[in-house]
Design a binder for this molecule. Structure first.
Ligand code: IPM
Ligand code: MN
Length: 404
């Protein structure tokens, strides 16, 4: 079989669907990192779904598993070495479970693994859809799917995450810590440009979220950039909200938002909040996108490693599975992505709770049910399943912008 070109070349135009032909089977190299806690469990279910979809939709996925995370670190002292990075770079996409372990000092795994990958592969934006689906409960009383359908576009490599700072007088009464926020025009521009493109495909409304009343230097650069880039998107309305007010609006009136663009830390906080509004942390996916094709993008559930429930079967694999759907969509397998997303929603609609013993079945059983739904769709046709349950499906993972 002829060797296929790198995905950056294959997926040049957004919206491309690569035709199947016997001589050129669509084939992808996927790097899988289980990580810590519930990470490997939820990721395993996502990978099984991808295998089934590949068989049904006629593509091929070659998955390499990378044993990275706390166990590997405690054994070898290594996080992500340059060699591992070079190996990851040879993949079309990365799917990751979760990272973080109480045996390792806070920050070591997070910075050394996830942040390293995000920055080394210039995964400039982190895309976090928050959409409540019919039949799924929100923690917010009287929330409805019509009112909660937004995407948080988070700058992914800078801000307070860029690690600048110092600590002095350690162990004395004068102990002093300083943590700096990095904000560069190129990174902000890339994020804002992506957010405008996304808004243009959606309801044409972009909201910048910041704290321009306090973080005046960074805030000015963000505001200026949004105003400048906004000139080129006259059909997209844009406005501004302070981050503290934004958290209240998300709870009380999420319908005022379409695309929210924000910095790294605000995006981290607000996306957890948005996740619980749309049904729970266990159901929320994210995409760390490399926008230029210079390296692989990475897909992950937004939840953490939840060591307290690891191994109990109480984790919901839906976040990881929705992340797999975003990954497939990004690779160009949009039909498979839609099928996976729809199957997952159908199964979630039948669960009495979204995590823990009350979920009524285990992590693996949720995955099995989703694969059962995929098989059913293959038998009956996606359209038939959709028609049988009108109003249950609008894709949130089908982001055709930002594909290299
Ligand atoms: C997330 C996580 C990460 C972050 C951690 C694990 C580094 O909370 O993806 O939101 O803070 O970005
Ligand atoms: Mn987070």
């Amino acid at each position: 079989m002829a060797k296929l070109k790198a995905p950056a070349n294959r997926l040049k135009r957004s919206g491309d669907v690569i035709p199947a032909s016997p001589s050129q089977r669509r084939s992808y190299r996927l790097a899988a990192i289980g990580g810590d806690g519930i990470g490997p469990e939820v990721l395993a279910q996502a990978l099984l779904c991808i295998d089934d979809l590949a068989a049904l939709f006629g593509f091929e996925v070659n998955t390499s598993v990378f044993e990275l995370g706390a166990e590997h670190y405690l054994r070898t002292g290594e996080l992500v070495t340059d060699e591992v990075l070079a190996e990851l770079a040879r993949h079309d996409a990365i799917l990751i479970g979760a990272v973080g372990d109480p045996r390792v000092e806070p920050g070591v795994l997070e910075r050394g693994l996830i942040l390293r990958i995000r920055t080394e592969f210039t995964q400039s934006v982190n895309v976090r859809p928050a959409q409540l689906f019919h039949g799924i409960d929100s923690v917010v009383k009287d929330m409805s799917p019509e009112r909660c359908d937004l995407v948080i576009v988070r700058e992914n490599t800078e801000g307070l995450y860029a690690s600048g700072g110092f600590f002095s007088h350690e162990g004395t009464p004068w102990a002093t810590a300083m943590q700096l926020s990095l904000n560069t025009k190129p990174a902000i521009s890339a994020t804002v440009e992506f957010a405008f493109q996304l808004a243009q495909q959606r309801r044409k409304h972009l909201t910048l979220c910041h704290k321009t009343n306090i973080l005046i230097e960074a805030g000015r650069l963000w505001s200026e950039t949004v105003n400048e880039i906004g000139e080129r998107y006259p059909d997209v309305r844009h406005d501004y909200v302070h981050a503290d007010a934004c958290s209240v609006h998300l709870l009380e009136r999420p319908e005022i938002f379409d695309v929210i663009v924000t910095d790294n830390l605000f995006g981290d906080l607000l996306s957890d909040l948005a996740a619980v509004i749309q049904g729970g942390m266990g159901l929320a996916p994210s995409a760390n996108l490399n926008l230029t094709g210079s390296g692989p993008s990475m897909f992950e559930p937004i939840h953490g490693s939840a060591p307290d429930i690891a191994g109990t079967g109480g984790a919901n694999p839906a976040g990881a599975i929705f992340a797999a759907a975003m990954c497939l969509s990004h690779l160009g397998e949009r039909e498979a992505a839609r099928a996976l997303e729809m199957a997952t929603i159908r199964v979630l609609q039948g669960l009495p709770a979204m995590r823990g013993p009350k979920m009524g079945c285990t992590t693996n059983a949720v995955g099995e049910r989703i694969r059962g739904e995929i098989a059913k769709q293959a038998r009956d046709g996606v359209a038939a399943v959709h028609e049988a349950a009108p109003g249950t499906f609008r894709s949130r993972t089908d982001l055709s912008v930002g594909r290299g």
